[in-house]
Write a protein that binds this ligand. Structure first.
Ligand SMILES: Nc1ncnc2c1ncn2[C@@H]1O[C@H](COP(=O)(O)OP(=O)(O)O)[C@@H](O)[C@H]1O
Ligand SMILES: [Mg+2]
Length: 284
């Protein structure tokens, strides 16, 4: 497929909604995850219209898209929580649509998930919140849980000993977010999924969380999939950026490729302009 360069107003609708071709694995290796022709409707609304993308081991892939574009829906398919109508998420040989409950449970052990709101339980202490998977899933003894929780809190640059016994309500928003990330990494995941991890945080805390994402990717060697509508975050942390629009990945590439690509929808997303195809019919 060839992509022509031209002024924004010369793109047809059909060209703007066309899917980007699949990238080749950088080192010729098998991708960790292959998403193929993924389709999902809710009632009459066709939200994912054929998502094709490979995710490579060790990379940070940032997926951008307007609100309501289907980012969380895509993440829920990657978690194996939603089944697609057509197409599939393949992890190695495992098709998540066809996986047994047992296979899904094993697969989910490999994932850490950071939700938009930190999703901590208010009645539990930091120790209990972060240690929850180790107690409930792994049935580890209390002393080992404590040691692992302290390590995870230090990995997210929190003063572990000072906050272990505190409840989430007595922490700042940024600290709660870090506690949520500590819980996501406590089972030593191979893949971390972040769904809008910085939404609602102040700019300094946003930068802190972005730096943490990069630090964890380096120190743990994880594969990270980060969903955001924050363009600064995308360019701070991404190895590759993918843009979701009208149910398809319309652009996938390195930071330089994404900056250069003159796709009107992508450029509107990058500049945050109120004029363009994203806001057609809505702009003042
Ligand atoms: N379980 C569901 N049932 C019905 N509609 C849904 C459901 N989940 C998401 N949607 C709809 O799908 C669209 C995409 O939602 P979502 O994936 O949450 O978008 P994003 O995360 O990009 O903001 C939205 O219009 C939303 O209302
Ligand atoms: Mg969402």
């Amino acid at each position: 497929m060839t992509f022509v360069k031209r002024a924004g107003d010369q793109w047809t609708r059909q060209e703007m909604e066309r899917a980007w071709p699949l990238d080749k694995a950088p080192d010729g290796k098998e991708p960790l995850m292959r998403i193929r022709d993924l389709n999902k409707s809710f009632g009459p609304r066709h939200i994912l219209r054929g998502i094709d993308i490979d995710i490579f081991r060790g990379e940070t892939l940032v997926i951008i898209g307007g609100s309501g574009s289907g980012k969380t829906t895509l993440i829920r398919h990657i978690m194996g929580m939603l089944k697609s109508d057509a197409g599939a998420v393949m992890v190695g040989d495992l098709n998540l649509n066809l996986a047994t409950q047992e296979q899904l449970a094993t697969y989910r052990r490999r994932l850490g998930v950071v939700f938009q709101n930190a999703a901590l339980l208010n009645s539990l202490t930091v120790l209990e919140n972060v240690g929850l998977p180790l107690v409930e899933v792994d049935h580890l003894p209390a002393q080992e849980v404590r040691t692992r929780v302290v390590t995870a809190l230090k990995q997210v640059f929190l003063p572990a000993e000072e906050i272990l016994a505190l409840k989430p309500a007595s922490l700042s928003g940024g600290m709660r977010k870090r506690v949520g990330i500590a819980r996501a990494i406590i089972q030593k995941p191979e893949i971390i999924l972040y769904d809008e991890p910085t939404t609602g945080l102040d700019p300094v805390t946003v930068n802190g969380v972005n730096e943490l994402t990069v630090a964890l990717q380096k120190s743990l060697g994880v594969t990270s999939i980060v969903i955001t509508h924050d363009m600064h975050a995308a360019f701070d942390i991404a190895d590759r950026i993918a843009m979701l629009y009208k149910g398809r990945m319309i652009a996938v590439g390195s930071q330089a490729q994404i900056r250069e690509y003159d796709h009107p929808v992508l450029q509107q997303m990058l500049t945050g302009s109120t004029k363009g195809p994203l806001t057609e019919g809505f702009a003042p």
